[in-house]
Write a protein that binds this ligand. Structure first.
Ligand code: 13P
Length: 252
C-alpha cells in the first residue's frame, strides 16, 4: 500500500529561531498518524541539523532537504552534497522543483544526476514535475509532464524506482492562490501513474506516492486528497503556518 505524504517545503523562508518555533508549534498539534502516513519537513539547508535534533525519535515526521548537488563532492563553492545531507539525518530530498529548473537552470540531465546522488546515499527523492500556463492552455500538459518524468527518472532500475515519490506541481498554481481543480489533479496523477506503469509495471506504479503541490490549503486539501491518485501534498506557503500545515495533515 502506497504512503500518503504531506511535505512542507519552506523554500527560502524563516531564520533559525523562527524555524525551531514552527517545528515546536507543529508538534503541539500533530495528530497521531498510522504507518501509511508520513509528514516531511524540508527547511533550508542551514536549518537541517537543528531540525534533525528536534525530530529525533519522531517516527511520523521525517526531515527533507530542498536540493542537493549533482556531483558527489569537490570544488563546487556554496553547494551541498547528498552524502552531507545523509550525515544530517535527511530522509527525503526535493529534486526538480520548478523554481530550481527556472531560476537555477537545472535541466533534465542534471536532475537525473541529482536523483542518482540521492539514491546512492539512500535518500528518498521527491521528484517535481509540472507545466507552465501556456502548456496547460495549449492542452499539451500530459506530454510535457510525461517527458519530465521520463527524463529525470526512467534511467532507474525498478528497485531504485521504489525510492521515488513524484510531486505534480503545475507552475501556474504555485504561490498564486489558483489551485488545480481536483479533476485536473486527478487526471494528471492518473496519467503519471500510467506512464510509470508502462515502464515499471502496475505493482510499482500502484506503490508510487504522487503528491499534488500548488496553493494547497486546509480548505482545498480534503477535496484534492480524496482523489484516488492524489496521495498527499507538497506544501509551500501553508507549510509556514503551524495551524495551516496541521489542517492539511488532518486532511490526509
Ligand atoms: P505553494 O503551496 O506556496 O503554492 O507552493 C507549492 C510549492 O511550490 C511546494 O513545493
Amino acid at each position: 500500500m502506497r504512503k500518503k505524504i504531506v511535505a512542507g517545503n519552506w523554500k527560502m523562508n524563516l531564520n533559525l529561531n523562527e524555524g525551531a518555533q514552527l517545528v515546536n508549534e507543529i508538534f503541539k498539534s500533530l495528530p497521531a498518524l498510522n504507518s501509511h502516513k508520513q509528514v516531511v519537513i524540508a527547511p533550508p539547508y542551514l536549518h537541517l541539523t537543528q531540525t534533525a535534533s528536534q525530530l529525533a525519535g519522531m517516527d511520523d515526521v521525517s526531515l527533507g532537504a530542498q536540493n542537493c548537488h549533482h556531483e558527489a563532492s569537490g570544488a563546487y563553492t556554496g553547494e551541498v552534497a547528498a552524502s552531507m545531507l545523509k550525515s544530517a539525518d535527511v530522509s527525503y530530498v526535493i529534486i526538480g522543483h520548478s523554481e530550481r529548473r527556472e531560476y537555477f537552470k537545472e535541466d533534465d540531465a542534471m536532475l537525473a544526476k541529482k536523483v542518482n546522488q540521492a539514491l546512492i546515499n539512500e535518500i528518498q527523492v521527491i521528484f517535481c514535475c509540472g507545466e507552465p500556463l501556456e502548456i496547460r492552455d495549449a492542452g499539451t500538459m500530459n506530454q510535457y509532464v510525461e517527458s519530465q518524468v521520463k527524463a529525470g527518472l526512467f534511467h532507474l532500475s525498478a528497485d531504485q524506482f521504489k525510492n521515488i515519490v513524484i510531486a505534480y506541481e503545475p507552475i501556474w498554481a504555485i504561490g498564486t492562490g489558483r489551485t488545480a481543480t481536483s479533476a485536473q489533479a486527478q487526471d494528471m496523477h492518473a496519467h503519471i501513474r500510467s506512464v510509470v506503469a508502462a515502464q515499471y509495471g502496475a505493482a510499482i506504479a500502484d506503490d508510487t506516492s504522487i503528491l499534488y503541490g500548488g496553493s494547497c490549503k486546509p480548505s482545498n486539501a480534503v477535496e484534492l486528497f480524496a482523489c484516488p491518485d492524489v496521495d498527499g501534498g507538497l506544501i509551500g506557503g501553508a507549510a509556514l503556518k503551524a495551524s495551516d500545515f496541521i489542517g492539511i495533515i488532518q486532511a490526509m
